[in-house]
Design a protein around this ligand. Structure first.
Ligand code: 0RQ
Length: 501
């Protein structure tokens, strides 16, 4: 049975190629999709074919692409493969596109994920020509049942001049009721407080709205989300997870947190997922989550009854996790709520709810500055994603990483980070497999002592200590945050020169 029950929109049914033909060279295109869930499966591939044909004729055909976050090979991979992107925002994890960005071929705007929608509304990115949005169904009255992510869909649907809908029958029809789309947002000076005081509170509608007169094509698809197998937690991830869970225990005992903790946010990656695994066997009950991505670990906690509910903007499940969700969709209704990413990651809400934020990092420095996005100062890995939205405003934040990278050639604890995403003013707790450094309320000098002693790998500890001692001695009048400017990034320079820090 067709998922398109609105007679007006049913008349706009088209093939993916016909829909792709409505995108013009130079257009800005907003698509659905967040961490591999809910991206359009057919039209971008058809668009890539058109671009390929145009290139073969010697014509230029590139677009600017705005998404929620990462998509799948059928979007970023396909469009990067034909050099079809001139601009991309606000997050990417596709390796082919990463190469083009780092080669300087694609302009990448690496924005906080909660900022993208409002910056589009402010007009910072210019006009949005086309939106291509995947949904689970179109209701008789034209309302849209969203899919497995909400991301920036509401904003793209409202801002775009033309809208293409992909109605994917692979998505469970039972997704109806899983969403809360907030329609109360405005731009300054007309903003009002967002009246959300509990992670699961509904403040919006279960459906997305679209102006039918803008809908130029409705394409039917039947294709799965991308689902990357999760790395099994290794010994280091398990060690970090154990440190983190024990620290939470300590915070409860000290009276700084209720026994059921505060709403959890966990970033993508195997260590944040291992933390969720650690919580499975810990004593905490009645947990809640206010996060952006639902990984397998959160499903495990829901299934075990440890976690009562989770608010997010998308799924990011492994094949096994996805199957588990699909097999039991109904049982998760009322316990899982998907919101737009400007709400799931909203600073006002993260701060009000007192979120505990757990995110991966690339490196940290001795004073507690954290780099989440760049390798050796210049090359982007993925982007800042939602880590800044959550960390800056969290009640308590954690950044986790192995103490070594590239087989020990790189220390993840360095004198000065080669790029800063989270400043020393924002960062609370650093964790590596070596230990945990609680930096709250410490001066830079005390932070350096603690980070070196607890988080740095023993192979690099003495050299870090030596750096701080010499920096302190060098300028007695500048001992607040002592640095040797000629050497501060010398470890990175040595790696680029010699392959070892
Ligand atoms: O590179 O793949 O070439 O080997 O970085 O490292 O150890 O696999 O780490 O998968 O947990 O990702 C920060 C990237 C960590 C991630 C980051 C190299 C390492 C490897 C990946 P290779 P690991 P993880 C919610 C929150 C920002 C967005 C965010 C991230 C690669 O957590 O993207 O937090 N965070 N969003 O070899 C040079 C170092 C290195 C290093 C690791 N010190 N120097 N390279 N690597 N440490 C989700 C969203 O917002 C959508």
């Amino acid at each position: 049975m067709s998922r398109i029950s609105c007679p007006v929109l049913a008349r706009r049914t088209a093939s993916a190629a016909e829909a792709a033909a409505l995108v013009r060279p130079g257009d800005s295109v907003g698509i659905s999709g967040f961490t591999g869930a809910g991206f359009p499966k057919a039209v971008p591939v058809a668009l890539a074919d058109r671009m390929q044909a145009a290139r073969a004729r010697g014509e230029d055909f590139q677009i600017g692409l705005w998404s929620g976050a990462s998509t799948g090979p059928a979007v970023d991979g396909a469009l990067a493969g034909v050099h079809g992107l001139s601009k991309r925002l606000p997050y990417n994890s596709d390796p082919d596109l990463r190469r083009l960005i780092n080669a300087g071929e694609v302009d990448y705007v690496d924005a906080h994920l909660s900022h993208a929608a409002q910056q589009a509304w402010f007009g910072f990115y210019g006009d949005l020509d086309v939106a291509i949005i995947e949904v689970a169904a179109v209701l008789p009255n034209g309302l849209l049942v969203p899919g497995t992510s909400l991301g920036n869909n509401k904003t793209w649907l409202e801002r775009a001049h033309k809208v293409v809908l992909e109605v994917n029958s692979w998505l469970p029809r039972d997704l109806e009721g899983f969403h809360d789309v907030y329609y109360g947002a405005a731009v300054p000076p007309h903003r009002i407080p967002i009246q959300l005081t509990h992670p699961m509170q509904r403040i919006g509608d279960p459906y997305l709205r679209v102006d039918p007169s803008k809908v130029v094509a409705v394409v039917e698809t039947h294709a799965p989300d991308r689902n990357s197998p999760l790395d099994e937690p290794d010994d280091n991830s398990r060690a970090m997870a154990a440190l983190l869970v024990d620290f939470l225990r300590h915070e409860v005992a000290a009276g700084r947190m209720p026994p059921g903790l505060l709403p959890l946010q966990s970033g993508v990656g195997s260590t944040p997922n291992a933390v969720m695994e650690g919580l499975l066997t810990a004593e905490f009950e009645g947990l809640t989550s206010f996060t952006e991505v639902i990984q397998d670990g959160l499903l495990d906690l829901l299934d075990a009854g440890k976690l009562t509910s989770v608010s997010a903007t998308s799924f990011g499940l492994s094949p096994a996790g996805q199957q588990r969700f699909l097999d039991n969709v109904g049982s998760y209704k009322g316990r899982v709520l998907l919101r737009s990413q400007d709400i799931s990651n909203h600073p006002e809400l993260v701060r009000r709810l007192g979120v505990i934020a757990i995110n991966g990092m690339i490196e940290a420095d001795i004073y507690g500055n954290v780099n989440s996005s760049h390798v050796m100062g210049s090359a982007i890995m993925n982007g800042v994603g939602g880590s800044g939205d959550f960390a800056r405003n969290a009640y308590l934040n954690f950044f986790v990483s192995d103490s070594l990278a590239k087989g020990g050639a790189i220390s993840s604890i360095v004198p000065m980070v080669s790029h800063v995403d989270h400043t020393e003013h924002d960062v609370h707790v650093l964790i590596t497999e070596q230990g945990l450094a609680d930096l709250r309320g410490l001066s830079p000098t005390d932070r350096a002592d603690r980070v070196i002693a607890h988080c740095a790998h023993p192979d690099y500890r003495d050299r870090l200590r030596d750096y701080v001692d010499r920096a302190r001695a060098a300028r007695p009048e500048a001992r607040h945050t002592p640095h040797l400017l000629d050497e501060a990034l010398g470890w990175h320079a040595a790696y680029l020169r010699e392959g070892r820090m």
